[in-house]
Write a protein that binds this ligand. Structure first.
Ligand SMILES: Nc1ncnc2c1ncn2[C@@H]1O[C@H](COP(=O)(O)OP(=O)(O)OP(=O)(O)O)[C@@H](O)[C@H]1O
Ligand SMILES: [Mg+2]
Length: 356
């Protein structure tokens, strides 16, 4: 670690529909401010152009609030950090260009950060003593992937979803059931009163020997079940059972694949991160499994599971410590949507490239 560490960083995250800024010092979070844009609710999903416009309006007040809550002035900052990929290109560009402008004005280094790397290392926010290597399951609205993590910048992608992400499955099923957007929290709430064995929902790729996932079939099975059993609409009293059955299928696939990776990698520590890691059934199932199998489980608190800028600041701090501030004086980087979907990204080499 450099003699100047711990560094104080202002981090900015605008990859989707959350405008977020945080101040971190080392692995400590001094402030973590988030505005979840509500404008999208009426449309049942994120409208990219509306998200970009909302970021433009919100970014300055959110950054000011993050500095004020941390009691840190601009002159106290050692560096900036910003999410560059993956995400909605218009949204990312707002954060990246704002951060670049600030870097020029304050003459500060700026660390570009991969959003997924942020989710993976949110385990370090929860547990600053977390040691490498560890297994990371990232389950969010856009991604579902297992990584073997040897260090910051040294990750191996073991497998990822071939179609929908787990969060997308929650959201699409919720939309079929008329539960609004985002659907994960609504399904989680209703499932607490339901029977997880009431409806037969498929467990896609459960027996497949790879670490890949597939969740698009869950939405299809719910759609055909609704057409067959409830052509006139789902009676409200059925919703808890349906939600519990869908949730149980998603959680079982995530858990069983992760446990197989634990065995294969001889992992002693598992981090589960991303928005779906907020799911209460998933948290309970992983906690039970960790106790039974004897591995250490790091489940970030809910505010670190959902999109946030503290996780971006933390990754940037680790990179600054390893490479030094001079490495981050270039402003030539840009935003990129870069999805984690195509098969060639499943090679270890591509995974490293993906997370640079
Ligand atoms: N309690 C919950 N149960 C299940 N899913 C949940 C819960 N809370 C949030 N989610 C899901 O988490 C997702 C949002 O997570 P997150 O903000 O990490 O995703 P994203 O940033 O949109 O995608 P990505 O990180 O892949 O770019 C949504 O799909 C939402 O439904
Ligand atoms: Mg995210």
């Amino acid at each position: 670690m450099s003699a100047a560490a711990p560094y104080t960083l202002l981090a900015i995250e605008t990859s989707c529909d959350e405008t977020a800024a945080a101040v971190v010092r080392g692995r400590s979070v001094l402030s973590n401010v988030l505005h979840s844009q509500s404008v999208h609710r009426a449309y049942g999903g994120v409208v990219p152009e509306l998200a970009s416009r909302a970021h433009v309006q919100l970014i300055l007040p959110i950054v000011r609030q993050a500095l004020a809550e941390a009691a840190v002035e601009e002159k106290d900052l050692d560096a900036l950090a910003v999410t560059t990929h993956p995400g909605l290109i218009g949204s990312l560009l707002v954060g990246v260009n704002f951060a670049k402008g600030l870097a020029i004005r304050l003459r500060l280094p700026i660390v570009p950060v991969n959003h997924l790397e942020g989710h993976i290392f949110s385990g370090l926010l929860e547990d600053p003593e977390l040691s490498f290597p560890f297994l990371a399951l990232v389950v969010s609205g856009g991604h579902t992937a297992l990584f073997w993590v040897e260090d910051v910048g040294r990750l191996r992608l073991l497998g990822s979803t071939r179609d929908d992400a787990a969060g997308e499955a929650f959201d699409k099923v919720a939309s079929l059931l008329g539960l609004g957007y985002p659907g994960g929290p609504a399904i989680d709430r209703l499932a607490r009163q339901g029977n997880p064995h009431a409806f037969a929902i498929p467990r896609p790729l459960l027996q497949d020997p790879t670490f890949d996932f597939s969740f698009s079939g869950i939405k299809t099975s719910v759609r055909s079940l609704l057409t067959r059993l409830f052509p006139d609409g789902v009676p409200p009293e059925v919703l808890p059972d349906l939600c519990a059955s869908v949730q149980a299928a998603i959680v079982e696939v995530l858990l069983r694949k992760t446990l197989r990776a634990v065995r294969q990698c001889r992992a002693q520590t598992v981090v589960v991160a991303g928005g779906v890691a907020a799911n209460s059934a998933l948290r309970e199932a992983f906690q039970r499994a960790a106790q039974r199998r004897g591995f250490r489980l790091v489940l970030p608190r809910l505010s670190y599971c959902l999109d946030n800028a503290a996780m971006i600041g933390l990754v940037a701090h680790e990179k600054l410590c390893r490479l030094g501030p001079q490495h981050f004086r270039q402003l030539t980087f840009t935003a990129s949507p870069l999805p984690l979907r195509s098969p060639q990204k499943r090679t270890p080499h591509a995974a490293l490239r993906l997370l640079q």
